[in-house]
Design a binder for this molecule. Structure first.
Ligand code: ADP
Ligand code: MG
Length: 315
């Protein structure tokens, strides 16, 4: 039996990380790319652009998926000598910059660890020996796109969806669209002004906060969507490359706002690993802001956030 439709509906019900207010003439179309549900909303007169957007998402998935044989990332990881496309170069160059600026809390070469933890299928955590062995193959400092990087495995999972969302935005702007919500599994890009909800990480069916955004992207990272539980402890998909284990930084979720969804995507993952101190990362990437919800339920933001985005807290 094909389980995908049931899976899609379940995902839609439980997984959308951010939601936005819409107009009556807006229509939303849904797809499944990057292992997640995507929702694209435009005015009904622009419906034909949505299928172009879906095609672009398929192309981005076929470029960045580390598991799809034949994808560019798959070829790089399997040492097949290929030219690097502009898309992959942009994403890897930016990932390297965030790896450096975060002192390795974000690490583009984290793949041996994410493969080992494989939270989608695992039910028991890996052993310390397995973690140590995977950890020895991780280290952005020794990775370069031009040098000999044969021993490295790249995982663009924390940034590729953001990049794809930016590409869809650029396509829509080229096509003259001036209002749209592009939501690639919680990587939200807005063309125009919308109210955006931030999910409650402790009860993801509810909203924790609401903000107003115009022509920006908001991306949330948290441990409440992809995880397994063992002996009462949650093991999730964001790894601290310094320990080789799931990040435990005292944060329940991190939402980053930027004009670039690629930037918001990478920074939300990096700050989630770094914890409260990670807020300083926003200073290194001008034009970015962040809202952190701690495990205790406190809210910490970059300076001026409340006024800039008309923050409303529901708790
Ligand atoms: P999501 O993909 O659920 O939206 P994120 O953007 O936070 O969430 O990305 C999590 C993904 O990033 C993981 O599934 C994994 O592929 C990758 N990843 C996990 N930990 C790190 C890390 N420390 N640095 C870079 N990438 C990571
Ligand atoms: Mg991310």
């Amino acid at each position: 039996m094909n389980k995908k439709p049931i899976f899609l509906i379940l995902l839609l019900l439980i997984m959308v990380a951010l939601c936005s207010c819409q107009k009556e003439s807006d229509i939303t179309r849904q797809g499944f790319y990057f292992d997640t549900v995507i929702n694209i909303t435009v005015d009904e007169k622009h419906l034909s652009s949505v299928s172009d957007a879906m095609d672009l998402c398929a192309e981005m998935e076929n470029t960045f998926s580390p598991t799809k044989e034949g994808s560019e990332i798959y070829k790089i990881n399997n040492n097949q000598n290929i030219g690097i496309s502009k898309d992959v170069r942009t994403v890897l160059d930016f990932s390297m910059a965030v790896s450096k600026e975060s002192d390795g809390a974000f690490d583009v070469t984290v793949a041996p660890l994410t493969k080992l933890w494989n939270v989608k299928e695992r039910t028991i955590p890996p052993t310390d020996d397995e973690i140590a062995s995977a950890l020895s193959k991780v280290g952005y400092e020794n990775f370069s796109l031009t040098g000999s990087s044969e021993d490295f495995d790249i995982d663009p999972g924390a940034v590729a969806k953001g990049y794809a969302a930016d590409r869809v935005r650029d396509l829509f702007i080229e096509q003259g669209i001036d209002k749209a919500i592009i939501d690639l599994g919680g990587n939200v890009v807005l063309i125009g002004e919308y109210s955006v909800g931030i999910r409650d990480p402790f009860n993801p069916d509810n909203l924790y906060a609401k903000i107003m955004l115009k022509d920006k992207s908001a991306v949330t990272s948290g441990a409440y969507q992809r995880y397994f539980e063992y002996n009462g402890k949650r093991y999730h998909h964001i790894i601290d490359p310094r320990t080789g284990k799931c990040a435990e930084s005292g944060l329940a979720s991190v939402t980053v706002i930027s004009e670039s969804s690629m930037e918001a995507d990478a920074l939300s993952t990096a700050i989630y690993v770094m914890g409260e101190d990670g807020l300083s990362l926003c200073e290194k990437f001008p034009g970015t802001d962040a809202l952190l919800i701690t495990e205790k339920g406190d809210v910490i933001t970059t300076k001026g956030f409340e006024e800039k985005y008309s923050l409303t807290l529901f708790n």
